[in-house]
Design a protein. Structure first.
Length: 561
Protein backbone atom coordinates (compact mmCIF):
# COMPACT_ATOMS: atom_id res chain seq x y z
CA UNK A 1 0.00 0.00 0.00
CA UNK A 2 1.30 3.45 -0.93
CA UNK A 3 1.59 5.42 2.27
CA UNK A 4 3.01 8.60 0.60
CA UNK A 5 -0.35 10.25 0.85
CA UNK A 6 0.05 10.18 4.62
CA UNK A 7 3.16 12.41 4.59
CA UNK A 8 1.31 15.66 5.29
CA UNK A 9 -0.96 14.00 7.84
CA UNK A 10 2.12 12.54 9.47
CA UNK A 11 3.64 16.06 9.74
CA UNK A 12 0.49 17.65 11.10
CA UNK A 13 -0.12 14.79 13.54
CA UNK A 14 3.06 15.83 15.37
CA UNK A 15 1.60 19.23 16.24
CA UNK A 16 0.91 19.41 19.91
CA UNK A 17 -1.67 22.15 19.36
CA UNK A 18 -4.42 21.59 18.50
CA UNK A 19 -4.35 18.07 19.86
CA UNK A 20 -7.36 16.59 18.14
CA UNK A 21 -7.72 15.60 14.51
CA UNK A 22 -10.77 17.85 13.87
CA UNK A 23 -8.91 20.69 15.62
CA UNK A 24 -5.98 20.26 13.27
CA UNK A 25 -8.28 20.30 10.21
CA UNK A 26 -10.02 23.41 11.49
CA UNK A 27 -6.71 25.15 12.13
CA UNK A 28 -5.49 24.33 8.63
CA UNK A 29 -8.79 25.62 7.17
CA UNK A 30 -8.64 28.70 9.34
CA UNK A 31 -5.09 29.56 8.23
CA UNK A 32 -5.93 28.80 4.59
CA UNK A 33 -9.02 31.01 4.49
CA UNK A 34 -7.12 33.87 6.09
CA UNK A 35 -4.33 33.97 3.50
CA UNK A 36 -6.12 36.65 1.33
CA UNK A 37 -6.75 38.82 4.37
CA UNK A 38 -3.14 38.51 5.53
CA UNK A 39 -1.92 39.34 2.05
CA UNK A 40 -4.26 42.34 1.94
CA UNK A 41 -3.04 43.63 5.30
CA UNK A 42 0.60 43.22 4.25
CA UNK A 43 -0.13 44.95 0.96
CA UNK A 44 -1.89 47.82 2.71
CA UNK A 45 0.93 48.14 5.17
CA UNK A 46 3.60 48.49 2.51
CA UNK A 47 1.79 50.67 -0.11
CA UNK A 48 0.12 53.95 0.45
CA UNK A 49 -1.10 54.31 -3.13
CA UNK A 50 -4.65 55.38 -3.61
CA UNK A 51 -4.68 55.68 -7.38
CA UNK A 52 -7.25 53.55 -9.26
CA UNK A 53 -4.39 51.61 -10.79
CA UNK A 54 -2.95 50.83 -7.39
CA UNK A 55 -6.36 49.76 -6.09
CA UNK A 56 -6.82 47.45 -9.10
CA UNK A 57 -3.39 45.95 -8.43
CA UNK A 58 -4.30 45.37 -4.77
CA UNK A 59 -7.53 43.72 -5.88
CA UNK A 60 -5.65 41.46 -8.31
CA UNK A 61 -3.15 40.48 -5.58
CA UNK A 62 -6.03 39.79 -3.21
CA UNK A 63 -7.76 37.67 -5.85
CA UNK A 64 -4.60 35.67 -6.52
CA UNK A 65 -4.04 35.29 -2.76
CA UNK A 66 -7.62 34.05 -2.38
CA UNK A 67 -7.14 31.51 -5.16
CA UNK A 68 -3.78 30.31 -3.83
CA UNK A 69 -5.07 30.26 -0.26
CA UNK A 70 -8.15 28.26 -1.20
CA UNK A 71 -6.10 25.84 -3.31
CA UNK A 72 -3.55 25.37 -0.51
CA UNK A 73 -6.33 24.81 2.04
CA UNK A 74 -8.09 22.29 -0.12
CA UNK A 75 -4.79 20.52 -0.84
CA UNK A 76 -3.91 20.39 2.86
CA UNK A 77 -7.36 19.15 3.90
CA UNK A 78 -7.29 16.56 1.13
CA UNK A 79 -4.03 15.21 2.52
CA UNK A 80 -5.25 15.41 6.06
CA UNK A 81 -8.22 13.23 5.06
CA UNK A 82 -5.90 10.60 3.49
CA UNK A 83 -6.06 8.25 6.52
CA UNK A 84 -9.86 8.14 6.18
CA UNK A 85 -9.63 7.43 2.44
CA UNK A 86 -6.98 4.75 3.01
CA UNK A 87 -9.06 3.08 5.72
CA UNK A 88 -12.05 3.05 3.43
CA UNK A 89 -9.97 1.46 0.63
CA UNK A 90 -8.62 -1.21 2.99
CA UNK A 91 -12.11 -2.05 4.20
CA UNK A 92 -13.44 -2.24 0.66
CA UNK A 93 -10.59 -4.52 -0.45
CA UNK A 94 -11.23 -6.79 2.54
CA UNK A 95 -14.95 -6.96 1.83
CA UNK A 96 -14.49 -7.60 -1.87
CA UNK A 97 -11.46 -9.90 -1.95
CA UNK A 98 -11.02 -10.92 1.72
CA UNK A 99 -7.52 -9.51 1.46
CA UNK A 100 -6.18 -7.76 4.48
CA UNK A 101 -3.78 -4.79 4.26
CA UNK A 102 -2.27 -3.42 7.40
CA UNK A 103 -2.73 0.30 8.07
CA UNK A 104 -0.15 2.23 10.11
CA UNK A 105 -0.87 1.98 13.80
CA UNK A 106 1.62 4.46 15.22
CA UNK A 107 -0.61 7.56 15.30
CA UNK A 108 -2.37 8.64 18.44
CA UNK A 109 -5.20 10.92 17.31
CA UNK A 110 -8.71 9.91 16.34
CA UNK A 111 -7.92 8.92 12.78
CA UNK A 112 -4.78 7.16 13.98
CA UNK A 113 -6.82 4.98 16.34
CA UNK A 114 -9.37 4.48 13.54
CA UNK A 115 -6.61 2.92 11.42
CA UNK A 116 -5.26 0.80 14.30
CA UNK A 117 -8.76 -0.35 15.27
CA UNK A 118 -9.53 -1.22 11.65
CA UNK A 119 -6.45 -3.46 11.65
CA UNK A 120 -7.58 -5.15 14.82
CA UNK A 121 -11.19 -5.51 13.71
CA UNK A 122 -10.17 -7.13 10.44
CA UNK A 123 -7.79 -9.46 12.30
CA UNK A 124 -10.62 -10.55 14.60
CA UNK A 125 -12.94 -10.96 11.61
CA UNK A 126 -10.36 -13.20 9.98
CA UNK A 127 -10.19 -15.32 13.14
CA UNK A 128 -13.96 -15.59 13.29
CA UNK A 129 -14.26 -16.52 9.62
CA UNK A 130 -11.47 -19.09 10.04
CA UNK A 131 -13.25 -20.48 13.08
CA UNK A 132 -16.50 -20.68 11.14
CA UNK A 133 -14.83 -22.62 8.33
CA UNK A 134 -12.67 -24.86 10.55
CA UNK A 135 -14.91 -25.39 13.54
CA UNK A 136 -18.30 -26.82 14.15
CA UNK A 137 -20.66 -24.02 15.16
CA UNK A 138 -22.75 -26.19 17.50
CA UNK A 139 -20.03 -27.68 19.68
CA UNK A 140 -17.10 -25.38 18.93
CA UNK A 141 -14.98 -28.46 18.12
CA UNK A 142 -12.78 -28.68 15.01
CA UNK A 143 -14.76 -29.89 11.98
CA UNK A 144 -13.87 -32.71 9.59
CA UNK A 145 -11.65 -30.49 7.40
CA UNK A 146 -9.50 -29.27 10.27
CA UNK A 147 -9.37 -32.78 11.74
CA UNK A 148 -8.07 -34.08 8.42
CA UNK A 149 -5.29 -31.49 8.54
CA UNK A 150 -4.29 -32.80 11.96
CA UNK A 151 -4.51 -36.35 10.64
CA UNK A 152 -2.19 -35.47 7.78
CA UNK A 153 0.27 -33.92 10.23
CA UNK A 154 0.13 -37.04 12.40
CA UNK A 155 0.88 -39.24 9.37
CA UNK A 156 3.90 -37.08 8.55
CA UNK A 157 5.30 -36.85 12.06
CA UNK A 158 4.62 -40.25 13.65
CA UNK A 159 7.94 -41.99 14.28
CA UNK A 160 8.55 -45.49 12.92
CA UNK A 161 8.24 -47.19 16.28
CA UNK A 162 5.12 -45.26 17.19
CA UNK A 163 1.46 -45.43 16.25
CA UNK A 164 -1.57 -43.25 16.45
CA UNK A 165 -5.18 -44.11 16.99
CA UNK A 166 -8.12 -42.68 15.09
CA UNK A 167 -11.24 -43.19 17.14
CA UNK A 168 -14.62 -42.48 15.58
CA UNK A 169 -17.62 -42.25 17.87
CA UNK A 170 -21.23 -42.41 16.79
CA UNK A 171 -24.23 -41.47 18.94
CA UNK A 172 -27.00 -43.95 18.40
CA UNK A 173 -30.23 -42.35 19.40
CA UNK A 174 -29.79 -38.81 18.06
CA UNK A 175 -32.30 -39.25 15.22
CA UNK A 176 -34.99 -40.48 17.57
CA UNK A 177 -34.30 -37.68 20.03
CA UNK A 178 -34.50 -35.10 17.21
CA UNK A 179 -37.78 -36.46 15.95
CA UNK A 180 -39.46 -37.06 19.29
CA UNK A 181 -38.12 -34.25 21.46
CA UNK A 182 -37.11 -31.75 18.78
CA UNK A 183 -33.90 -30.43 17.33
CA UNK A 184 -33.22 -28.05 20.20
CA UNK A 185 -32.95 -30.96 22.58
CA UNK A 186 -30.88 -32.89 20.02
CA UNK A 187 -28.49 -29.93 19.68
CA UNK A 188 -28.12 -29.64 23.43
CA UNK A 189 -27.41 -33.35 23.64
CA UNK A 190 -24.63 -33.00 21.07
CA UNK A 191 -23.10 -30.15 23.05
CA UNK A 192 -23.20 -32.19 26.23
CA UNK A 193 -21.74 -35.23 24.47
CA UNK A 194 -18.92 -33.00 23.22
CA UNK A 195 -18.27 -31.79 26.77
CA UNK A 196 -18.12 -35.34 28.11
CA UNK A 197 -15.73 -36.40 25.37
CA UNK A 198 -13.50 -33.39 26.05
CA UNK A 199 -13.34 -34.24 29.73
CA UNK A 200 -11.52 -37.50 28.88
CA UNK A 201 -9.10 -35.99 26.44
CA UNK A 202 -5.40 -35.72 27.18
CA UNK A 203 -3.04 -32.97 26.05
CA UNK A 204 -2.12 -33.64 22.43
CA UNK A 205 -5.42 -35.33 21.53
CA UNK A 206 -7.62 -33.74 18.88
CA UNK A 207 -11.40 -34.04 19.12
CA UNK A 208 -13.66 -33.11 16.22
CA UNK A 209 -17.29 -33.27 15.26
CA UNK A 210 -17.70 -34.73 11.82
CA UNK A 211 -21.27 -33.50 11.60
CA UNK A 212 -24.50 -35.27 12.47
CA UNK A 213 -23.95 -37.63 15.35
CA UNK A 214 -20.32 -38.46 14.55
CA UNK A 215 -17.30 -37.40 16.59
CA UNK A 216 -13.65 -38.27 16.07
CA UNK A 217 -10.61 -38.36 18.31
CA UNK A 218 -6.99 -38.48 17.27
CA UNK A 219 -4.56 -39.84 19.84
CA UNK A 220 -0.97 -39.60 18.69
CA UNK A 221 2.40 -40.97 19.85
CA UNK A 222 1.23 -44.23 21.32
CA UNK A 223 3.20 -47.48 21.38
CA UNK A 224 0.26 -49.85 21.41
CA UNK A 225 -3.51 -49.68 21.27
CA UNK A 226 -3.99 -49.98 25.04
CA UNK A 227 -4.60 -46.29 25.59
CA UNK A 228 -7.13 -46.21 22.71
CA UNK A 229 -8.98 -49.12 24.32
CA UNK A 230 -8.92 -47.50 27.74
CA UNK A 231 -10.15 -44.19 26.31
CA UNK A 232 -12.90 -45.94 24.33
CA UNK A 233 -14.08 -47.82 27.39
CA UNK A 234 -14.14 -44.64 29.44
CA UNK A 235 -16.06 -42.76 26.77
CA UNK A 236 -18.60 -45.54 26.37
CA UNK A 237 -19.03 -45.77 30.10
CA UNK A 238 -19.41 -42.02 30.47
CA UNK A 239 -21.86 -41.69 27.56
CA UNK A 240 -24.02 -44.48 28.91
CA UNK A 241 -24.76 -42.27 31.94
CA UNK A 242 -28.05 -40.38 31.40
CA UNK A 243 -28.03 -36.74 30.22
CA UNK A 244 -30.18 -34.16 31.89
CA UNK A 245 -31.69 -32.01 29.13
CA UNK A 246 -34.28 -29.34 29.91
CA UNK A 247 -35.31 -31.22 33.00
CA UNK A 248 -35.57 -34.57 31.19
CA UNK A 249 -33.31 -37.56 31.71
CA UNK A 250 -32.16 -38.84 28.36
CA UNK A 251 -30.25 -42.03 27.69
CA UNK A 252 -28.16 -42.42 24.58
CA UNK A 253 -25.80 -45.14 23.45
CA UNK A 254 -22.59 -44.82 21.50
CA UNK A 255 -20.52 -46.96 19.16
CA UNK A 256 -16.81 -46.61 18.60
CA UNK A 257 -14.62 -47.64 15.67
CA UNK A 258 -10.86 -47.64 16.11
CA UNK A 259 -8.13 -47.66 13.49
CA UNK A 260 -4.46 -47.74 14.23
CA UNK A 261 -1.85 -46.08 12.04
CA UNK A 262 0.15 -47.54 10.34
CA UNK A 263 -1.44 -51.02 10.62
CA UNK A 264 -4.90 -50.14 9.32
CA UNK A 265 -3.85 -47.60 6.74
CA UNK A 266 -1.25 -45.01 5.88
CA UNK A 267 -3.40 -42.38 4.16
CA UNK A 268 -6.16 -40.13 5.49
CA UNK A 269 -8.72 -41.70 3.17
CA UNK A 270 -7.81 -45.26 4.13
CA UNK A 271 -7.82 -44.53 7.84
CA UNK A 272 -11.14 -42.70 7.76
CA UNK A 273 -12.70 -45.38 5.59
CA UNK A 274 -11.46 -48.14 7.87
CA UNK A 275 -12.67 -46.29 10.94
CA UNK A 276 -16.07 -46.19 9.22
CA UNK A 277 -15.93 -49.91 8.55
CA UNK A 278 -14.98 -50.52 12.17
CA UNK A 279 -17.89 -48.44 13.40
CA UNK A 280 -20.25 -50.36 11.14
CA UNK A 281 -18.90 -53.57 12.60
CA UNK A 282 -19.46 -52.13 16.05
CA UNK A 283 -23.05 -51.35 15.04
CA UNK A 284 -23.66 -55.01 14.35
CA UNK A 285 -22.77 -55.74 17.94
CA UNK A 286 -24.69 -54.77 21.02
CA UNK A 287 -24.89 -51.20 22.29
CA UNK A 288 -21.94 -49.40 23.82
CA UNK A 289 -19.11 -51.28 22.18
CA UNK A 290 -15.93 -50.42 20.41
CA UNK A 291 -14.49 -52.29 17.47
CA UNK A 292 -11.08 -52.33 15.90
CA UNK A 293 -10.87 -52.19 12.16
CA UNK A 294 -9.33 -55.58 11.53
CA UNK A 295 -11.57 -58.36 12.78
CA UNK A 296 -8.60 -60.59 13.53
CA UNK A 297 -6.70 -57.90 15.40
CA UNK A 298 -9.91 -56.81 17.04
CA UNK A 299 -10.58 -60.26 18.40
CA UNK A 300 -6.98 -60.72 19.47
CA UNK A 301 -6.77 -57.34 21.21
CA UNK A 302 -10.06 -57.86 22.95
CA UNK A 303 -8.91 -61.23 24.18
CA UNK A 304 -5.62 -59.85 25.47
CA UNK A 305 -7.52 -57.12 27.25
CA UNK A 306 -9.97 -59.61 28.71
CA UNK A 307 -7.06 -61.78 29.86
CA UNK A 308 -5.39 -58.74 31.45
CA UNK A 309 -8.60 -57.76 33.17
CA UNK A 310 -9.46 -61.23 34.44
CA UNK A 311 -5.95 -62.28 35.33
CA UNK A 312 -5.81 -59.48 37.89
CA UNK A 313 -8.47 -61.22 39.94
CA UNK A 314 -7.49 -64.81 39.14
CA UNK A 315 -5.56 -65.43 42.36
CA UNK A 316 -8.13 -63.77 44.59
CA UNK A 317 -10.98 -65.63 42.91
CA UNK A 318 -9.12 -68.92 43.22
CA UNK A 319 -9.21 -69.60 39.50
CA UNK A 320 -5.61 -70.81 39.37
CA UNK A 321 -4.48 -74.33 40.03
CA UNK A 322 -1.37 -76.37 39.48
CA UNK A 323 -1.09 -79.58 37.47
CA UNK A 324 1.88 -81.87 37.79
CA UNK A 325 3.53 -83.78 34.98
CA UNK A 326 5.65 -86.82 35.87
CA UNK A 327 9.23 -87.11 34.76
CA UNK A 328 10.78 -90.55 34.40
CA UNK A 329 14.42 -91.51 34.81
CA UNK A 330 15.24 -93.71 31.83
CA UNK A 331 17.97 -95.80 33.48
CA UNK A 332 15.76 -96.93 36.37
CA UNK A 333 12.26 -96.30 34.89
CA UNK A 334 11.53 -94.55 38.19
CA UNK A 335 9.30 -91.53 38.53
CA UNK A 336 11.83 -89.07 39.90
CA UNK A 337 10.33 -85.67 39.42
CA UNK A 338 7.23 -83.70 38.47
CA UNK A 339 6.95 -80.38 36.67
CA UNK A 340 4.49 -77.90 38.15
CA UNK A 341 2.38 -76.41 35.35
CA UNK A 342 -0.01 -73.58 36.01
CA UNK A 343 -3.65 -73.87 34.94
CA UNK A 344 -6.23 -71.10 34.72
CA UNK A 345 -9.95 -71.67 34.41
CA UNK A 346 -11.94 -68.44 34.10
CA UNK A 347 -15.76 -68.23 33.96
CA UNK A 348 -15.68 -65.78 31.03
CA UNK A 349 -12.67 -67.05 29.07
CA UNK A 350 -12.82 -70.73 29.91
CA UNK A 351 -9.50 -72.55 30.03
CA UNK A 352 -6.60 -70.30 29.08
CA UNK A 353 -3.26 -71.87 28.22
CA UNK A 354 -0.25 -70.72 30.23
CA UNK A 355 1.55 -70.22 26.93
CA UNK A 356 -1.01 -67.46 26.31
CA UNK A 357 -1.41 -65.87 29.72
CA UNK A 358 2.12 -66.16 31.16
CA UNK A 359 3.54 -63.57 28.69
CA UNK A 360 0.64 -61.25 29.59
CA UNK A 361 1.29 -61.82 33.28
CA UNK A 362 4.90 -60.89 32.57
CA UNK A 363 3.88 -57.70 30.79
CA UNK A 364 1.56 -56.61 33.58
CA UNK A 365 3.91 -57.66 36.41
CA UNK A 366 1.21 -60.01 37.67
CA UNK A 367 3.78 -62.75 37.29
CA UNK A 368 5.33 -61.75 40.64
CA UNK A 369 2.40 -62.68 42.88
CA UNK A 370 1.32 -65.54 40.59
CA UNK A 371 4.83 -67.00 40.33
CA UNK A 372 5.26 -66.82 44.08
CA UNK A 373 1.89 -68.52 44.54
CA UNK A 374 2.96 -71.38 42.23
CA UNK A 375 6.29 -71.77 43.95
CA UNK A 376 4.74 -71.84 47.41
CA UNK A 377 1.93 -74.26 46.52
CA UNK A 378 4.17 -76.57 44.50
CA UNK A 379 6.61 -76.82 47.42
CA UNK A 380 3.76 -77.28 49.87
CA UNK A 381 2.23 -80.02 47.72
CA UNK A 382 5.55 -81.78 47.42
CA UNK A 383 5.99 -81.74 51.19
CA UNK A 384 2.43 -83.08 51.64
CA UNK A 385 3.08 -86.02 49.31
CA UNK A 386 6.17 -86.83 51.30
CA UNK A 387 4.14 -86.63 54.50
CA UNK A 388 1.57 -88.94 52.89
CA UNK A 389 4.30 -91.53 52.40
CA UNK A 390 5.07 -91.13 48.72
CA UNK A 391 8.72 -91.62 47.79
CA UNK A 392 10.24 -88.12 47.59
CA UNK A 393 10.08 -86.44 44.17
CA UNK A 394 11.89 -83.44 42.77
CA UNK A 395 9.45 -80.60 42.16
CA UNK A 396 10.35 -78.62 39.03
CA UNK A 397 8.93 -75.09 38.94
CA UNK A 398 9.10 -72.73 35.96
CA UNK A 399 10.60 -69.36 36.71
CA UNK A 400 9.82 -66.42 34.45
CA UNK A 401 12.08 -63.47 33.59
CA UNK A 402 10.09 -61.08 35.75
CA UNK A 403 10.51 -63.28 38.80
CA UNK A 404 14.13 -63.94 38.05
CA UNK A 405 14.94 -60.23 37.86
CA UNK A 406 13.21 -59.49 41.14
CA UNK A 407 15.73 -58.54 43.79
CA UNK A 408 13.73 -60.39 46.40
CA UNK A 409 13.82 -63.73 44.50
CA UNK A 410 16.34 -65.47 46.75
CA UNK A 411 14.64 -64.16 49.89
CA UNK A 412 11.26 -65.37 48.62
CA UNK A 413 12.59 -68.83 47.83
CA UNK A 414 14.28 -69.08 51.24
CA UNK A 415 11.06 -68.07 52.95
CA UNK A 416 8.96 -70.54 50.95
CA UNK A 417 11.34 -73.39 51.71
CA UNK A 418 11.25 -72.44 55.37
CA UNK A 419 7.46 -72.06 55.47
CA UNK A 420 6.75 -75.31 53.67
CA UNK A 421 9.59 -77.15 55.37
CA UNK A 422 10.57 -78.75 52.06
CA UNK A 423 14.07 -80.13 51.79
CA UNK A 424 15.89 -78.00 49.22
CA UNK A 425 17.08 -81.18 47.43
CA UNK A 426 13.52 -81.64 46.19
CA UNK A 427 13.25 -78.32 44.44
CA UNK A 428 14.30 -77.62 40.86
CA UNK A 429 13.86 -74.35 39.02
CA UNK A 430 13.38 -74.18 35.25
CA UNK A 431 14.69 -71.09 33.54
CA UNK A 432 14.79 -70.23 29.85
CA UNK A 433 17.60 -68.82 27.79
CA UNK A 434 15.74 -65.55 27.31
CA UNK A 435 16.55 -64.45 30.84
CA UNK A 436 20.23 -64.77 30.12
CA UNK A 437 20.12 -62.44 27.13
CA UNK A 438 20.36 -59.03 28.80
CA UNK A 439 22.82 -59.63 31.59
CA UNK A 440 24.50 -63.02 31.64
CA UNK A 441 26.88 -62.13 34.45
CA UNK A 442 24.09 -61.03 36.75
CA UNK A 443 22.05 -64.11 35.85
CA UNK A 444 25.03 -66.33 36.63
CA UNK A 445 25.44 -64.64 40.02
CA UNK A 446 21.77 -65.30 40.89
CA UNK A 447 22.01 -68.91 39.69
CA UNK A 448 25.12 -69.42 41.85
CA UNK A 449 23.19 -68.15 44.86
CA UNK A 450 20.44 -70.66 44.14
CA UNK A 451 22.91 -73.49 43.60
CA UNK A 452 24.69 -72.61 46.82
CA UNK A 453 21.46 -73.50 48.62
CA UNK A 454 21.32 -76.87 46.84
CA UNK A 455 18.51 -75.99 44.41
CA UNK A 456 18.81 -77.72 41.01
CA UNK A 457 18.55 -75.61 37.89
CA UNK A 458 17.24 -76.79 34.50
CA UNK A 459 17.53 -74.86 31.26
CA UNK A 460 14.08 -75.23 29.69
CA UNK A 461 13.11 -75.26 25.99
CA UNK A 462 16.75 -75.69 25.03
CA UNK A 463 17.44 -75.11 21.36
CA UNK A 464 14.60 -72.68 20.71
CA UNK A 465 16.17 -69.55 22.14
CA UNK A 466 19.38 -67.67 21.69
CA UNK A 467 21.45 -70.77 22.40
CA UNK A 468 25.02 -69.72 22.75
CA UNK A 469 27.49 -72.40 23.54
CA UNK A 470 29.94 -69.92 24.99
CA UNK A 471 27.79 -69.08 27.99
CA UNK A 472 26.43 -72.58 28.43
CA UNK A 473 29.75 -73.71 29.84
CA UNK A 474 29.77 -70.89 32.39
CA UNK A 475 26.21 -71.45 33.56
CA UNK A 476 25.80 -73.10 36.94
CA UNK A 477 23.02 -75.44 35.77
CA UNK A 478 22.33 -79.13 36.23
CA UNK A 479 19.98 -80.06 33.43
CA UNK A 480 19.27 -79.27 29.80
CA UNK A 481 15.67 -79.82 28.66
CA UNK A 482 15.45 -80.56 24.95
CA UNK A 483 12.49 -78.66 23.58
CA UNK A 484 9.44 -80.61 22.49
CA UNK A 485 9.72 -79.27 18.92
CA UNK A 486 12.87 -81.42 18.37
CA UNK A 487 11.41 -84.45 20.09
CA UNK A 488 8.21 -84.55 18.03
CA UNK A 489 9.90 -85.76 14.83
CA UNK A 490 12.96 -87.28 16.41
CA UNK A 491 12.28 -90.71 15.02
CA UNK A 492 11.26 -89.55 11.52
CA UNK A 493 13.07 -86.33 10.72
CA UNK A 494 16.88 -86.69 10.37
CA UNK A 495 17.38 -82.95 11.08
CA UNK A 496 15.56 -83.11 14.41
CA UNK A 497 17.32 -86.33 15.21
CA UNK A 498 20.68 -84.70 14.50
CA UNK A 499 19.83 -81.70 16.71
CA UNK A 500 18.75 -83.85 19.64
CA UNK A 501 21.84 -86.02 19.20
CA UNK A 502 24.04 -82.91 19.26
CA UNK A 503 22.27 -81.58 22.35
CA UNK A 504 22.73 -84.89 24.15
CA UNK A 505 26.42 -85.01 23.18
CA UNK A 506 26.86 -81.41 24.31
CA UNK A 507 25.18 -82.07 27.64
CA UNK A 508 27.34 -85.14 28.16
CA UNK A 509 30.54 -83.23 27.49
CA UNK A 510 29.43 -80.52 29.92
CA UNK A 511 28.41 -83.24 32.38
CA UNK A 512 24.84 -82.03 32.46
CA UNK A 513 21.72 -84.09 32.89
CA UNK A 514 19.49 -84.24 29.90
CA UNK A 515 15.71 -84.30 29.93
CA UNK A 516 13.53 -84.60 26.87
CA UNK A 517 10.07 -83.00 26.98
CA UNK A 518 7.06 -83.78 24.85
CA UNK A 519 7.71 -87.51 24.53
CA UNK A 520 4.50 -88.92 23.09
CA UNK A 521 5.43 -92.25 21.54
CA UNK A 522 7.32 -95.40 22.27
CA UNK A 523 9.54 -94.78 19.25
CA UNK A 524 10.55 -91.36 20.58
CA UNK A 525 11.22 -92.84 23.99
CA UNK A 526 13.46 -95.61 22.63
CA UNK A 527 15.32 -93.23 20.38
CA UNK A 528 16.08 -90.92 23.35
CA UNK A 529 17.01 -93.91 25.48
CA UNK A 530 19.51 -95.07 22.87
CA UNK A 531 21.01 -91.62 22.62
CA UNK A 532 21.76 -91.53 26.33
CA UNK A 533 19.08 -89.13 27.48
CA UNK A 534 18.59 -89.24 31.28
CA UNK A 535 14.98 -88.28 31.90
CA UNK A 536 11.84 -88.03 29.84
CA UNK A 537 8.55 -86.23 30.27
CA UNK A 538 5.52 -86.36 28.02
CA UNK A 539 2.08 -87.66 27.20
CA UNK A 540 3.60 -91.13 26.58
CA UNK A 541 3.72 -91.43 30.36
CA UNK A 542 1.19 -88.92 31.48
CA UNK A 543 -0.36 -85.57 30.77
CA UNK A 544 -0.04 -82.95 33.51
CA UNK A 545 -2.43 -84.00 36.28
CA UNK A 546 -4.12 -82.35 39.27
CA UNK A 547 -2.49 -83.21 42.60
CA UNK A 548 -4.95 -85.94 43.60
CA UNK A 549 -4.66 -87.72 40.25
CA UNK A 550 -0.92 -87.34 40.27
CA UNK A 551 -0.83 -89.09 43.61
CA UNK A 552 -2.90 -91.97 42.20
CA UNK A 553 -0.62 -92.06 39.15
CA UNK A 554 2.47 -92.26 41.36
CA UNK A 555 0.98 -95.06 43.43
CA UNK A 556 -0.14 -97.09 40.42
CA UNK A 557 3.11 -96.39 38.56
CA UNK A 558 5.20 -97.59 41.49
CA UNK A 559 2.82 -100.45 42.04
CA UNK A 560 2.99 -101.54 38.41
CA UNK A 561 6.78 -101.72 38.42
P1 LIG B 1 7.18 -75.75 29.49
O1 LIG B 1 7.76 -75.35 30.79
O2 LIG B 1 8.12 -76.11 28.41
O3 LIG B 1 6.17 -76.93 29.79
C1 LIG B 1 5.97 -77.99 28.95
C2 LIG B 1 4.75 -77.83 28.17
O4 LIG B 1 4.62 -78.87 27.26
C3 LIG B 1 3.49 -77.88 29.04
O5 LIG B 1 2.54 -77.03 28.42
C4 LIG B 1 3.07 -79.31 28.92
O6 LIG B 1 1.70 -79.51 29.16
C5 LIG B 1 3.41 -79.59 27.50
N1 LIG B 1 3.67 -80.99 27.25
C6 LIG B 1 4.29 -81.86 28.05
N2 LIG B 1 4.35 -83.08 27.46
C7 LIG B 1 3.76 -82.97 26.26
C8 LIG B 1 3.52 -83.89 25.19
O7 LIG B 1 3.86 -85.04 25.22
N3 LIG B 1 2.90 -83.40 24.09
C9 LIG B 1 2.49 -82.13 24.02
N4 LIG B 1 1.88 -81.71 22.93
N5 LIG B 1 2.70 -81.21 25.02
C10 LIG B 1 3.34 -81.65 26.13
P2 LIG B 1 1.68 -76.05 29.23
O8 LIG B 1 1.32 -76.64 30.54
O9 LIG B 1 0.61 -75.56 28.33
O10 LIG B 1 2.70 -74.89 29.53
C11 LIG B 1 3.20 -74.10 28.53
C12 LIG B 1 4.29 -73.22 29.01
O11 LIG B 1 3.80 -72.27 29.94
C13 LIG B 1 5.34 -73.97 29.80
O12 LIG B 1 6.24 -74.59 28.93
C14 LIG B 1 5.99 -72.86 30.58
O13 LIG B 1 6.91 -72.16 29.80
C15 LIG B 1 4.81 -71.96 30.85
N6 LIG B 1 4.34 -72.21 32.23
C16 LIG B 1 3.48 -73.12 32.68
N7 LIG B 1 3.32 -73.01 34.01
C17 LIG B 1 4.12 -72.00 34.40
C18 LIG B 1 4.43 -71.38 35.66
O14 LIG B 1 3.94 -71.78 36.75
N8 LIG B 1 5.31 -70.36 35.66
C19 LIG B 1 5.90 -69.92 34.53
N9 LIG B 1 6.76 -68.89 34.59
N10 LIG B 1 5.65 -70.46 33.33
C20 LIG B 1 4.78 -71.50 33.27
MG1 LIG C 1 9.10 -76.06 31.90
MG1 LIG D 1 9.74 -76.62 27.97
Amino acid sequence: MNLDSLKFYSLVSRWTFPKTYPGKIMLVAFIGTHIPLIVLIIDAAFSSATTPRAIVSTLIITLIATLVGTAATLYAIHHLLSPVVLTSKVLRKYLKQRQRTNLPNNFQDEVGTLMADTNRTLGKLDEIIEHLTDYDSLTGLPNRELFQTHLQQAIQTTAEDQQFALIVLDIDSLKEINSTLGRIVGDLLLRKVAQRIISYIEPGDVVARFGGDEFAILRTNIINSDSAIILSNRLLESLSEPFSLYGKEIHCAAKIGITIYPFDGTSIEQLLQNADTAIHQAKQESLNTYQFYSPAINAQLKRILAIKENLRHALKRQELSIYYQPRIEIATSRLVAVEALLRWQNPELGFVSPAEFIPIAEETNLIMPIGEWVLYNACLQNKRWQQEGIAPLRMSVNLSIGQFKQTTLIETIDRILRDTNLDVAYLELEITESLLVKNVEQAIAILRELKKRGISIALDDFGTGYSSLSYLQKLPIDTLKIDRSFVTNIASNPDDAAISKAIVALAQSLELNITAEGVETKAQYHYLQNQGCHEVQGYYFSKPLPSEQLKKFVLSYCGSR
